[in-house]
Design a protein around this ligand. Structure first.
Ligand SMILES: Nc1nc2c(ncn2[C@@H]2O[C@H](COP(=O)(O)OP(=O)(O)OP(=O)(O)O)[C@@H](O)[C@H]2O)c(=O)[nH]1
Ligand SMILES: [Mg+2]
Length: 441
């Protein structure tokens, strides 16, 4: 990351230098101070960190097999993680349904871009996400969000010419609530250049809309100035979280991150580029490991991220098993994840005693070609059809087939598969004992 690259170099120097241990530690401390100050980390925080690193480096004894210098790297990792928010990982999963997230932030901080990024992030994880444009201030705000939404296939609610942002927000929430959306993200106007007016307005909108989470969007290039903004926000909005944008475009990102962390506010995401996929869940530990270049951290983090995704999907599968019901939407994500973790039928086979009642292999077998067809079919269904597949008659089947470039037979086959799945799930639900064995209940 820009501005903090020096850290990696400092670590390399420590491990390789031929100076005595004490001298090498002192050099590290100097390098740390230089790099962190340059990244606009607050002076007090910098000295707090280096004091701590030095003290521990001179006092602590490494475990067997680890050199003193290697141990200093571990100490540095610990202390930097503390600086950027500590070991606790932010929980970014919605706590209820629908979950309403309202974005606020001063002019140009990246709210609209981040709204789309967040929608993309959650949609990728299987949530049904809607975007609401409640920005009645910026010309063409609705069009901007709509264009972003179209790129990622996320519906956007808004209206041009409307002057009342609260009204728009309420309408948007209602619109998506009615259609059973999981997450509703509201983009608001960046009317302010200063935090004071921003917080006033934020409180007013929040009072009317009652979001489940208010997320403050902060531009990383303001560096340690972020402290004032985050602190005021954190005090005004205990349910709030923070996303720091434009981490790619500034050398002051380290300053912004550490300043926000120092207020105790939760940093959930960072924006790392102009593309919609340039969003990362912020993990202090992952972030610091990457900064320090410990081993093949990039690849490892990727692996961890994938594992987390799988864990989330696995959780969903358990929920399906527990409720004894699968929706077409669940099935959609099942199919999407099949290549990674195996189909639901595989999971079913792992349940002791259940394999006997499994339908024949043929009925459950999914070829890749079929999977692609089915994804297209589900994509072509209306919300109503997804909610109540039993209502899909022959004429609807024809429409869906045309829309998805498949045949009526394909649509029928998918619905049949869906029916079988539900039957099996019902059977399982009856076998409470089995569920208990699987720790589902
Ligand atoms: N490089 C980079 N650019 C970003 C990032 N996030 C947003 N931007 C850019 O920042 C500019 C402003 O972004 P917007 O999303 O329109 O900001 P906003 O807060 O909605 O602006 P207002 O609605 O006018 O207050 C755009 O040019 C975005 O492309 C990021 O993470 N990295
Ligand atoms: Mg905007």
């Amino acid at each position: 990351m820009k501005g903090l690259e020096g850290l990696r170099e400092a670590v390399r120097k420590l491990l390789r230098s031929s100076s005595s241990y004490e001298k090498a530690v002192n050099e590290l401390i100097r390098d740390l101070q230089r790099t962190l100050l340059k990244a606009d980390v607050n002076v007090k925080l910098v000295f707090q960190l280096t004091r701590s690193v030095k003290k521990r480096a001179l006092e602590e004894k490494p475990p067997p097999g680890i050199t003193r210098r290697e141990w200093v790297v571990k100490i540095l990792l610990d202390e930097l993680v503390k600086l950027f928010g500590g070991l606790e990982e932010p929980n970014v999963l919605p706590k209820k349904k629908p979950y309403i997230i309202m974005l606020v932030g001063i002019q140009g901080s990246g709210k609209t871009t981040s709204a789309a990024k967040l929608a993309y992030y959650y949609a990728k994880r299987g949530f049904k996400v809607g975007l609401v444009c409640a920005d009645t201030f910026r010309p063409a705000a609705y069009i901007q969000l709509k264009q972003l939404g179209e790129k990622i296939n996320i519906p956007v609610y808004g209206r041009e010419g409307e002057k009342n942002s609260i009204k728009l927000a309420l309408e948007g929430v209602e619109y998506f609530k009615k259609q059973n959306f999981d997450i509703i993200i509201i983009d608001t106007a960046g009317r302010h250049k200063e935090e004071k007016g921003l917080l006033e307005e934020m409180k007013n909108i929040a009072k009317a809309i009652k979001p489940d989470e208010v997320m403050l969007i902060i531009d990383a290039s303001i560096g340690q100035q972020a402290y004032i903004q985050a602190k005021a926000f954190h005090e005004a909005t205990p349910i709030g979280s923070i996303m720091i944008t434009k981490m790619d475009g500034t050398a002051k990102g380290g300053g912004a991150l550490s300043a926000v962390a120092a207020t105790g506010a939760k940093i959930k995401f960072i924006g790392t580029g102009e593309l919609i996929e340039d969003i990362e869940r912020f993990s202090p530990k992952g972030f610091v490991s990457r900064l320090l270049g410990l081993g093949d951290i990039e690849a490892l983090l990727d692996k961890i991220r994938e594992a987390q995704l799988e864990e989330e999907l696995a959780k969903k599968q358990y929920e399906i098993l527990k409720s004894g019901r699968i929706t077409l939407r669940d099935l959609y994500y099942q199919i999407k994840s099949i290549r990674r973790m195996g189909p639901l039928s595989k999971l079913l086979q792992m349940i002791p005693g259940f394999s006997l009642t499994l339908p024949s292999e043929d009925q459950l077998k999914l070829t890749e070609e079929k999977m692609d067809k089915w994804l297209a079919i589900i994509n072509s269904m209306t919300y109503e059809e997804l909610e109540k597949p039993s209502k899909i008659d022959r004429s609807r089947m024809r429409r869906i087939a045309i829309g998805s470039g498949t045949t009526i037979e394909d649509v029928k086959e998918l619905l049949k598969y869906y029916e079988i799945m539900n039957k099996m799930l019902k059977q399982i639900k009856r076998r409470k004992g089995l569920l208990r064995k699987l720790h589902i209940e």
